[in-house]
Design a protein around this ligand. Structure first.
Ligand code: 1HS
Length: 257
C-alpha cells in the first residue's frame, strides 16, 4: 500500500520526544524521509535510530530553533542529505507557569522565543525551499491554550495565540507558492513537558493534578502523542489538500464546552 508521504522529506522539530517522536515515526511509516530536529542531540539520535531500525530513512539534526544560524545550518543539511523539504511539523515548544501577575519576564521571553520565533524561523527556512520546489505543507503546533484561557499559563497562552495568528498569515502569504499552513490545537497530552504543570496543579501531587486535568476533558482522558501525530499526518499529507489556514482542535472535547 502506498504511504501517504511517499517521496516526501519531512522535518519534525522537537522530534526527540513526545508528540514529535510519535510524528517522526508515523511520517516515516507513511514513506517520508525524516529529519528529526531537536535541541538535545541524544534525543534526536534515539528517534532517528528507531526509524532506521524499522527500515525507514532518517537523520538526526541538532539545532536550537531560536538561533537563526542553527536553523539555517539545519535546513541546509536536510536539503543536502535528504533533499528539498516537503513537510515541516513545527512541533517543538515549551510551556510556562504563572498568571499575568505571577509569571516572570524570563517565562515570557522563553515562550515567545521558542514557540513563536522558533516557528517563524523554521517556517521561513522551509518555505523558501518549498517555494522553489513545487510547494509543501507546514503544520504548526498550537494548543487549546490559544483558544481558551488556561489558569496560570499566561505566557504560554499568548505564545500559542500568536502561533494561530501566524498560521493564518502564512497560509495567506504562501498559498500562491503551493504551500499549505495549518495549526493543530491539542488538548493536554501526557508528555514530560506537561508533568511539572500537572504536579503544580495538584499542589505538588502529580496524580491529583492529573485527575483534575482529566476532569476537564469530556472524552475522559488526556491525549496521547499518537492521537496528535495522526492529525499532523493528515495535515501534512494530500488528504488535506483543500485545507490551509485551518485551526484543527484535537482535544477530547475540552473546548466544546
Ligand atoms: C500544554 C498544552 O498545550 C495544553 S494547555 C493546558 C490545558 S488543560 O489540560 O489544563 O485544560
Amino acid at each position: 500500500m502506498p504511504g501517504r508521504l511517499d517521496g516526501k522529506v519531512a522535518v519534525v522539530t522537537g522530534g526527540g520526544s513526545g508528540i514529535g517522536r510519535a510524528a517522526a515515526v508515523l511520517f516515516s511509516a507513511e514513506g517520508a524521509a525524516v529529519a528529526v530536529l531537536d535541541r538535545v542531540a541524544e534525543a534526536a539520535q534515539e528517534t532517528a535510530e528507531t526509524i532506521l531500525a524499522a527500515g525507514g530513512q532518517a537523520i538526526a539534526v541538532t539545532a536550537d530553533i531560536v538561533a537563526a544560524d542553527d536553523v539555517r545550518a539545519a535546513f541546509e543539511r536536510v536539503d543536502t542529505e535528504l533533499g528539498p523539504v516537503g513537510v515541516l511539523y513545527n512541533n517543538a515548544g515549551v510551556n510556562s507557569s504563572g498568571s499575568i501577575l505571577t509569571s516572570t519576564e524570563e517565562d515570557w521571553d522563553r515562550c515567545m522565543a521558542v514557540n513563536v520565533k522558533g516557528t517563524y524561523l523554521c517556517s521561513a527556512a522551509a518555505a523558501r525551499s518549498m517555494a522553489d520546489n513545487g510547494g509543501g505543507s507546514i503544520v504548526n503546533q498550537g494548543s487549546v491554550a490559544a483558544l481558551v484561557g488556561i489558569a496560570n499559563f499566561a505566557a504560554y497562552c499568548a505564545s500559542k495565540g500568536a502561533v494561530v495568528a501566524l498560521t493564518k498569515s502564512m497560509a495567506v502569504d504562501l498559498a500562491g507558492s503551493g504551500i499549505r499552513v495549518n495549526v493543530i490545537c491539542p488538548g493536554t497530552v501526557f508528555t514530560t513537558l506537561m508533568r511539572p504543570m500537572l504536579a503544580a496543579r495538584g499542589g505538588g501531587d502529580e496524580e491529583k493534578g492529573l485527575a483534575m486535568t482529566v476532569a476537564k476533558y469530556p472524552i475522559g482522558r488526556l491525549g496521547t502523542p499518537e492521537d496528535i501525530a495522526r492529525v499532523a499526518l493528515f495535515l501534512a499529507s494530500d488528504d488535506s489538500a483543500f485545507m490551509t489556514g485551518s485551526v484543527v482542535t484535537s482535544d477530547g472535547g475540552m473546548t466544546a464546552q
